[in-house]
Design a protein around this ligand. Sequence first.
Ligand SMILES: [Zn+2]
Length: 271
Amino acid sequence: METTLQAQLKRWRHHLHRHPETGFEEVETADYVGGILTTLGLDVHRGIGGTELVANLKAGRSERVIGLRADMDALNIVENAPGRAHASRTQGKMHACGHDGHMSMVRGAARLLAERRDFDGTVRFIFQPAEEHGRGAKAMMADGLFERFPVDAIFGAHNMPGMRAGMFATRAGGIMASEDNFVIHVKGRGTHAARPHMGVDPIVIAAQIVIALQTIVSRNVDPGAQAVISCTEFITDTACVTRFHRTSSSRAIRAAIRARFRRCSKHACAK
Ligand SMILES: [Zn+2]
């Protein structure tokens, strides 16, 4: 039985991995997930907050309800895995964050609970769109998710590469970092490369900003606190430096970083 379920989970994950869809476009993903949940006899609802899917399973008489949540979206990343049968078949998209695994885990839980029905109450299996850009949870709540499908508690998990199989990690309070994104536009003035004194070179300014931003966490944040600033894209048409900056959930640290961030950027531009 366990081997069969394990093989099925792997098959589901491989199928999802082959067919990644990004935020709010998870239509075929929801079809695939919903089809299996319907076969299991669950009460399936589609289209909340865009492409979200909720499936309900009730056993016994208790009015208590829990939710098990998985995210559905992939990333705009090219998968370079020649020879791997379950590599992405959609150029430029990839389940690189493991949400294919999350969906398979929650569907596996649905299958086991539907077969055993050894609980008393309702379990809602919630498949959330667009986790990567942080808009999917908001969209489904704005669309009345918890009014239509209230829960007493909700559980979610994220895979952690490097953790031993079969292990879970958790703690009281916040465990994941929140993120704040930024985009900085640096306006220059065009000139010939041989006449730099006639223009304003936005690439040099933006490069200084990237270096200056790297001193914020290392020189301004208490080493006991957690924060990181990453500049991950450099678009040279407009010399625009972007994103993202990620911190722990401390509001004070986030505010201090934002203030310092503005000072560093303005200072580099004023030179
Ligand atoms: Zn993720």
